[in-house]
Ligand binder design. Sequence first.
Ligand SMILES: Nc1nc2c(c(=O)[nH]1)N[C@H]1C(S)=C(S)[C@@H](COP(=O)(O)OP(=O)(O)OC[C@H]3O[C@@H](n4cnc5c(=O)[nH]c(N)nc54)[C@H](O)[C@@H]3O)O[C@H]1N2
Ligand SMILES: Nc1nc2c(c(=O)[nH]1)N[C@H]1C(S)=C(S)[C@@H](COP(=O)(O)OP(=O)(O)OC[C@H]3O[C@@H](n4cnc5c(=O)[nH]c(N)nc54)[C@H](O)[C@@H]3O)O[C@H]1N2
Ligand SMILES: [Mo]
Length: 757
Amino acid sequence: MVEDAGGEIGVGEPERAAVGRVAVRLTLQRALRDMGVLRSLRTLPKLNQVDGFDCPSCAWPDPAPGQRSHAEFCENGAKALSWEATRDRVGREFFAAHSIEQLRTLDDHELERHGRLSEPMYLAPGASHYAPISWDDAFGLCADRLRGLSEANRAVFYTSGRASNEAAFLFQLLARRLGTNNLPDCSNMCHESSGAALTETIGVGKGTVSLADITDHADLIIIVGQNPGTNHPRMLSALEAAKRRGARIVSANPLPEAGLIRFKNPQSVRGLLGPGTELSDRFLAVRVNGDLALFSGVNKALLAMEEASAGSVFDHDFIEEFCDGLDEAREGWRELEWSEIEAASGIARSEIEEFARDVVAAKSVIVCWAMGITQHRNAVATIREIVNFLLLRGNIGRPGAGPSPIRGHSNVQGDRTMGIWEKMPDSFLDRLRDEFAFEPPREPGYDTVESIRALRDGRVDVFIALGGNFVAATPDTAVTMSAMGNCALSVHVATKLNRSHLYHGNEALLLPCLGRSERDVQEGVEQFVTVEDSMAMVHASRGRLAPGSEHLRSEVSIVAGLGEALFGDDVGWARMARDYREIRRHIEKVVPGFEDFEERVAVPGGFMLPRGPHDSRSFATATGRARFTRNPLEVVEVPEGHLILQTIRSHDQFNTTVYGYGDRYRGIDGGRRVVFVNAADLAARGLVNGDTVDLVSVWSDGERFARGFRAVAYPTPRGCAAAYFPEANVLVPLDSTAVTSNTPTSKSIVIRLERAS
Ligand SMILES: Nc1nc2c(c(=O)[nH]1)N[C@H]1C(S)=C(S)[C@@H](COP(=O)(O)OP(=O)(O)OC[C@H]3O[C@@H](n4cnc5c(=O)[nH]c(N)nc54)[C@H](O)[C@@H]3O)O[C@H]1N2
Ligand SMILES: Nc1nc2c(c(=O)[nH]1)N[C@H]1C(S)=C(S)[C@@H](COP(=O)(O)OP(=O)(O)OC[C@H]3O[C@@H](n4cnc5c(=O)[nH]c(N)nc54)[C@H](O)[C@@H]3O)O[C@H]1N2
Ligand SMILES: [Mo]
């Protein structure tokens, strides 16, 4: 366990409104501190502009080109940018001065704070320090170890969602050319459950709405399991626009998040000086893991209204023409008891019925969700039930309606589109074969959890990561850390030093790459890359700053360099790395929806990928229809005296990147080892606000400990608790995953509190 260097933890009142003047001031302070005046002026105005670069923070879409403001970014986007564009560097002197052992004692904030990685580094077997290596030697060494594998499946290729489409496409090509589908990615821990449920029920693993559906058309927007004020701040402007024209918002969350309550838009006088905009019209304090019960309850209430009103609630024309499976689903709602729904959701029947009346009063409804829904054992069932809810009233494939999973990393959706998935369909693999004239492997590869098991059991020799922080982001930290030690070589393509670089294989490589904000010039010609946002818009991104060091290479050129060292010029690696248009020409042939890629991405704002349900109400499911499903109410059993713990992001982090020790909206300051618990639950254990406790998670294979947390009395339902990711990841058992999607259950861990010894 690493103590954080935050010091004394301060606890104040949680805030009731998000953004406002404080956010604007803090944004500028942070940018000036990390980047200085010139870099701030050169970068901030280019964030999310058509001639600029895609914000490296979240995947929220950009408004149409004419409608963008001059400052199309948020406090947390600016933090992500300043963090990347910092003037500090981690070079050979830094590594010579710090052993791996010393670096392991630093917390996540300190590790990254030292600055950008600035040259390739190599850790020899048994060595205590990373030492410089040339790019050619690094590629040669990696190719040599890959060539020496007894079989291709002993290599794993991990991707984090910041990689561009071009880099991701090359990375999957490299893995498949080698002969493996072992392509785990952060999505396995993120929206995999959404992809699984949506593909089964509507035939496409993505959301079906666009930004205008939210801003201009929806009558009711439901936000569940998502904290937009922190994680998708620009969403608040869209919600404000929706409210202005009379839309209603219902949100369901175990925590009263500031960004769900009130928004003070920094772009408007009313927001800066006035009271701001009230956001949620109805706030449901659902229990952690209670959403399957909540949506089953609303659907049951809608069914009762339908029957009481002689069939005026459901959209019969839509159901008749486009759906199947309603009879079975209806049976499920009939059999479900209200007492079970109330117990599991923590919401009274009367309130669920009122919510159902909001729904019937709305012509068009959108449901937005994020990790509060996807990281549970019953996640896929919950999302299928959300689809049922939308289908009942034909809320899909028309303006202002549909499912909207709000994606995490800025290009996580695009990486999937490009083939970063351990089980891409045969149709994709066939086109890959035809385009590059080799036979790609067909057997499914390892996802994230399977990769950890394979590492643990000695079935992996080479682990290569295109970004991310595998060791810290994955569950069961102690297991993962020791599993990494079993491989022969670990390789990380990264911008900043992190924990994964310190829990390495027998030898290790650190390959430093350009960030989004940096100019990418290949053989004298400036290149751009492309990304896809949460709502399937594909657009160009061009960095503006000079590269952080002369040794940095683009992700594309690193992956192509590995490819060439390994295979020579079989598929034209060098050509693709010289001119990214070559990669886009291949993407056009292999990935559906990218016809005339180069021309269409040249249009300011880019283009929207086809999505059957959105474009023409066509559903590419097993039956060719949108599918109602029956989802029995299964919830996590919490034994007497225990709590159900969810792990969340503070306002001052991006996943495992910790910008600082505060969490302004929740009133926390100066440290991250806190656990939020209902005051009555503390009292019931003889504890008070401010006590130091150990968190003990309970699983069939034994107990796991996270020690030394400050208990914070907080307004969350009885029986629920919350702590920050990644500090709490030690508590998540590797085998505790969602049914079907295999996503770790980071939002429902059974724990007990013990007074710290
Ligand atoms: N600034 C910043 N932006 C980010 C990120 C970041 O770390 N920092 N991360 C990016 C990534 S990769 C992702 S995936 C997204 C994550 O975006 P979010 O999903 O908003 O992130 P979390 O902090 O995990 O918050 C989950 C929310 O769900 C609620 N919740 C937890 N359990 C339940 C439940 O059982 N039911 C319901 N209804 N609610 C529940 C929590 O109280 C919390 O409000 O954000 C992206 N954007
Ligand atoms: N307990 C718990 N665990 C979780 C979650 C949770 O809610 N609770 N959330 C899960 C989710 S939703 C996600 S998406 C995963 C995130 O898992 P990852 O994507 O693996 O982790 P990140 O923290 O986003 O990765 C940060 C690192 O990425 C590198 N990096 C930053 N920018 C770039 C770049 O442009 N290129 C390259 N090559 N590298 C770059 C830096 O070195 C930085 O240290 O974590 C998951 N883990
Ligand atoms: Mo994510």
